[in-house]
Design a protein around this ligand. Structure first.
Ligand code: PHE
Length: 454
């Protein structure tokens, strides 16, 4: 069965490398940039609690499902689903679920690289002292100057995408594995340093209170949905990223234990990112609910006024860039692997072509901040359309179909075998979550975000 099939792309050296790689995929702009500001917009503690519940009840079972599909298929998401559908006697149309994931990942990569480019640029801006004694207006102007200049953004976007392509071109063991082995410990050290700095200099009490004292009067239905959506994006679900990483997981590794650890690490990093950001936000009297600009516009003001802010601010953006890079490689890998399988291209060629395509699409996104900002078919610019279609529509649809495939269409025997669990309470709990709870949860986010229910 699974142990008999081998991936032509290689295998991680151990389950620990998979844990590093999958945590690297999960921890990214979503955990460090998005989680704090979404928490801020949704009132803090109670949102955090609901988020944790969503990770456990919806995220975790779907993540296990993706991993088991990947490991059993041992190919790119498209071909893994094709193979498994055939083995289970199902329609070959299931391969379109693989297509959906790969396409969604391609679109996410295109704009992800643009935003990651901002993080890279900010290492130099903050480190170079651009925010020393900055006022709110100055900080906003700095951000507008970057997004207003298509050329500057093009430079950072190209640099980021090129780095991603180089890593993926070097293969599973020589590229991805090496990258995560160096970058993940670096990420951890940077995180600890930045959290330590924020706690020693900011208002820790207020931050802890804000993050961990739930105030349920702040909870609305939209915050529940935001928590579910955030859990999904943060765990890298619905895009084939975890599926392809699962296809390189050694057969002997226990999926539930491994994935449990990945979800715990991702959640810890998101909480630590909160502990890096909110002490500064409160210590400096900033507004926690200021939205997507929280990190780039608000936090930089704090760095500009605090002792050592120039150095630690630069380290913070280095952290964000590294986190984004280990996520970006997991978005490029499924496409590159498929091109290698289907076209028999070399890895180098496959990753260059896929990276070039995503780069080109990303140019559309970066132009939406300047030259194309007035082009808004149906109320959204190119960047907003890319984000909406991939993360709001394709990602939950993908997750729903993954849950359906693993929970309802694959046989009980296959999933039992692949998860490596004894028949019993744990397996039954997983099956219940993946068949009932996760699909219902995802369906609700989807219908709500498409304004079918509002
Ligand atoms: N999980 C990543 C983040 O938090 C984003 C991502 C989504 C990466 C889907 C890969 C696949 O930034």
């Amino acid at each position: 069965m699974a142990a008999a099939r081998k991936s032509i792309h290689g295998e991680w050296s151990s389950r620990w490398v998979f844990i590093l790689a999958a945590t690297g995929s999960a921890v990214g702009l979503g955990s460090i940039w998005r989680f704090p500001y979404v928490t801020g917009e949704n009132g803090g503690g109670a949102f955090v609690l609901i988020y944790l519940l969503c990770v456990a009840a919806v995220g975790l079972p779907i993540m296990m499902a993706e991993t088991l599909i990947g490991r059993r298929g041992r190919q790119s998401p498209i071909n893994s689903l094709k193979t498994l559908a055939k083995e289970e006697g199902l329609s070959s149309n299931w391969q379109f679920l693989g297509w959906l994931g790969v396409l969604a990942g391609f679109i996410v990569l295109s704009f992800y690289s643009v935003v990651a480019g901002w993080a890279v640029a900010y290492i130099f801006y903050v480190g170079g002292g651009a925010f020393a004694e900055a006022s709110v207006d100055m900080s906003g102007a700095q951000f507008d100057a970057l997004t207003g200049s298509a050329w500057r953004m093009l430079g950072w976007h190209s640099l980021f995408m090129l780095t991603t392509v180089v890593i993926v071109a070097r293969g599973v063991k020589g590229g991805l594995e090496q990258a995560v082995k160096w970058l993940m410990p670096a990420l951890f050290v940077l995180l600890v340093v930045v959290v330590g700095y924020a706690m020693s200099i900011g208002d820790v009490g207020a931050a802890i209170d804000y993050l961990f004292t739930p105030d349920f009067s702040q909870v609305t239905r939209s915050s529940v949905l935001a928590a579910l959506g955030q859990a999904f994006f943060s765990l890298s679900l619905g895009m084939g990223a975890i599926m392809i990483y699962g296809s390189y997981l050694p057969a002997s590794a226990s999926i539930p234990k491994t994935i449990g650890l990945v979800a715990i690490c991702d959640t810890l990093v998101a909480l630590l990112a909160g502990l890096a950001i909110f002490p500064l936000v409160f210590g400096f009297g900033l507004e926690p609910g200021s939205g997507a600009g929280l990190v780039f516009v608000s936090l930089t003001i704090a760095f500009g006024h605090m002792p050592g802010g120039q150095v630690f601010g630069a380290l913070f953006f280095a952290l964000l860039s590294v986190a984004a890079l280990t996520s970006a490689i997991s978005l490029l890998e499924p496409i590159a692997a498929w091109l290698v399988e289907a076209m028999h291209w070399s890895r180098r060629r496959a990753s260059s072509v896929a990276g070039l395509g995503a780069w080109l699409l990303g140019v559309g996104s970066l132009l939406s901040f300047n030259y194309w900002s007035h082009i808004k078919p149906f109320g959204r610019n190119f960047f907003e359309w890319s984000e909406f279609l991939s993360t709001t529509v394709m990602l939950p649809v993908g997750g729903l179909l993954v849950a359906t495939f693993a929970g309802w269409r694959m046989s009980r025997a296959s999933t039992l075998d692949e998860l490596g669990l004894p028949p019993g309470v744990f397996y039954s709990a997983w099956r219940f979550l993946v068949r009932i709870v996760a699909p219902l949860g995802v369906l609700v986010i989807l219908l709500n975000s498409l304004d079918v229910i509002g």
